[in-house]
Ligand binder design. Structure first.
Ligand SMILES: NC(=O)c1ccc[n+]([C@@H]2O[C@H](COP(=O)([O-])OP(=O)(O)OC[C@H]3O[C@@H](n4cnc5c(N)ncnc54)[C@H](OP(=O)(O)O)[C@@H]3O)[C@@H](O)[C@H]2O)c1
Length: 267
């Protein structure tokens, strides 16, 4: 397998790199990681992975170049690597909001480009990665891209790029909403007078258990919720308050604002 380069080894780039190594999609010697600061790359150097702080040398000679830098610096990185890029290399961007058209405008109009929206689950091999591609991506490259994305978790292809901004607001940001729920559970426990350590444990283990049920059950979320909600019981009392509130309306509004923000990142 050809060399794979990842540029930007933060939360997402690290998750992608770990997934590729864990699933042996690429050998450490065929993986090159480039990051602005070297300190983030130390753990990978120990594994025999090629580490760089110069994006240009990192991008040279690799079959796939995965970009996991912030959307605001994506164009600068593309300009930097442009002189060493050929049409045989696929650019895979994980940056929120930035379109294939914008990427091609900087690199070349006939560059094979993939746009993917993964999520933080990549760090544990459980990403939800939704992706699309430009017409220049060959069947062989498509197969390889699927293998790369499968190494990070679940992948789903969409032919309409516009959908990706919606996905960004749902599953891209999704883990943050779930962690927020954990924060709320922890805070509520403390409001009831539980100590912080116990409240935190209750929140964490509740989310872990619920996630495992979701991964093994085919039941709808609503049915699963009903299984905890007995008539006239404790959970039902809580949901009477939630259902009478603006909670659902506010949540959907927040998602709409996130979607708008994702669209606004394309500069
Ligand atoms: N985090 C998520 O849950 C998530 C989900 C879906 C998509 N994404 C997308 O993934 C991308 C990365 O997000 P993130 O959360 O991983 O951000 P992050 O943790 O801030 O990581 C970005 C990394 O890029 C490095 N960097 C910055 N400028 C660079 C340059 N010119 N050349 C090389 N490396 C450079 C940073 O280096 P330093 O060490 O010097 O800061 C940092 O390690 C974003 O475009 C985001 O939209 C993220």
């Amino acid at each position: 397998m050809k060399i794979i380069t990842i540029i930007g080894i933060g939360n997402m780039g690290r998750g992608i790199a770990m997934g590729l190594l864990r699933k042996k999609i690429v050998s450490p010697s065929n993986l090159i990681l480039s990051n602005r600061t070297l300190s983030r790359l130390k753990e990978f150097k120990k594994l025999g992975v090629g580490v760089r702080t110069d994006n240009k040398t990192a991008a040279q000679n690799s079959g796939m170049i995965i970009l996991a830098v912030k959307p605001q610096v994506l164009t600068a990185v593309l300009k930097e690597i442009k002189p060493v890029i050929s049409k045989k290399q696929v650019i895979i961007s994980a940056a929120a909001g930035v379109t294939i058209k914008t990427i091609k405008k900087t690199i070349s109009h006939d560059q094979p480009v993939v746009r993917v929206m993964p999520n933080l689950g990549a760090q544990v091999g459980e990403s939800m990665s939704v992706w699309t591609k430009s017409k220049e991506v060959t069947n062989r490259q498509t197969k390889m891209i699927k293998r790369i994305l499968k190494a990070m978790g679940q992948e789903h292809y969409v032919s309409h790029e516009k959908i990706i901004d919606k996905i960004t607001a749902i599953s891209g940001s999704g883990p943050a909403y779930v962690f927020y729920l954990a924060e709320l559970l922890e805070k509520s426990g403390m409001k009831l007078g539980l100590n912080g350590k116990l409240a935190s444990l209750l929140a964490r283990q509740t989310l872990i258990g619920s996630s495992k049920i979701l991964s093994s059950s085919q039941k709808s979320y609503k049915i699963l919720r009903k299984e905890v909600t007995s008539k006239g019981g404790v959970t039902e009392a809580a949901f009477r308050v939630i259902d009478d509130s603006e909670f659902e309306k506010i949540f959907i509004k927040a998602i709409r604002v996130a979607h708008k923000r994702a669209k606004g990142l394309n500069k």
